[in-house]
Design a protein around this ligand. Structure first.
Ligand SMILES: O=C(O)CCC(=O)C(=O)O
Ligand SMILES: [Fe+2]
Length: 261
């Protein structure tokens, strides 16, 4: 099948003309201004249905973890007390399906590999090139959060993330964030603000997202979390991860922690 025809089945290209320069520029400006872009109903109904079915069918193969981590998702820095925000532990509980468990015919893979989609991302993120992870786990992930499961406050290690909400729970599962808390490039940690966010003294922004929406988010300097799922419907969310340098792989210990192998 012609590539654009194939992409047309997955993405609502009428509402989101991702190959057009004017549209790309509009997204680029929103991302700069708001730190996040939500493309509503990015996936066609047919694609969303297919991903829901795939997610449900593969749920049993997901690796479930309950992890304690600091907000930087890094080892403790013993220059600071253990209760200091640098080392304070938060909890993340979720199930995860890794790249090598996502089939070659999956819509997620077709989208991930699509030249048009990648060129759109490069243009919006102002990156010269985008590369998949060099390990077999990290490029495409499908996250499951069943009742009570959540993602604790954290900064991402990667400079941006691309997510697609596949299934929304009855309650909870909300994406909360505060922009510009740290400046990783300048080594500015801004512990004070980060601590206020985690303690609830700073009110976070909430991103309203519905199934089928695409989110572009700069999570390296914006602290964020996902609140616990309420009810029996599992939150399912796909993460499409790219790097601006080739050959990046998660360390063996990070892989073990996140993916159990
Ligand atoms: O589940 C989400 O909406 C965000 C996921 C996220 O922050 C992450 O995977 O780092
Ligand atoms: Fe994140």
């Amino acid at each position: 099948m012609d590539k654009i025809v194939q992409l047309n089945h997955i993405v609502d290209l009428q509402s989101h003309p991702i190959s057009e320069n004017a549209f790309r520029q509009q997204c680029r400006e929103s991302l700069k201004k708001d730190g996040a872009v939500v493309l509503e109903k990015f996936l066609t109904e047919q694609a969303l249905k297919s991903l829901c079915d795939e997610g449900e069918a593969k749920k049993q193969y997901a690796y479930y973890t309950a992890q304690k981590h600091n907000i930087y998702i890094s080892d403790a820095d013993l220059e600071y007390p253990l209760q200091h925000i640098r080392n304070k532990l938060v909890v993340s509980t979720k199930g995860c399906l890794t790249d090598d468990q996502i089939g070659s015919s999956s819509i997620l893979r077709i989208l991930y590999d699509s030249e048009i989609f990648r060129s759109y991302l490069k243009s919006v993120l102002e990156e010269v090139e985008l590369y998949p992870y060099a390990d077999e786990c990290s490029s495409i992930n499908l996250h499951y959060a069943s009742e009570g499961q959540e993602l604790g406050w954290h900064f991402d290690n990667s400079s941006f993330a691309t997510t697609l909400l596949i299934q929304k729970p009855e309650g909870g599962g909300e994406f909360h964030y505060v922009r510009g808390v740290r400046d990783a490039e300048r080594g500015e940690m801004n512990f004070e603000s980060a601590a206020k966010v985690v303690s609830g003294a700073i009110e976070p922004s909430k991103l309203a997202i519905e199934p089928g929406d695409l989110v572009l988010f700069r999570g390296k300097n914006a602290i964020h979390c996902v609140t616990p799922t309420i009810g029996k419907t599992t939150r399912m969310l796909a993460v499409l991860a790219f790097n601006n340098k080739p050959g990046i792989a998660l360390s063996a210990s990070a892989r073990k922690t996140f993916y159990g192998r």
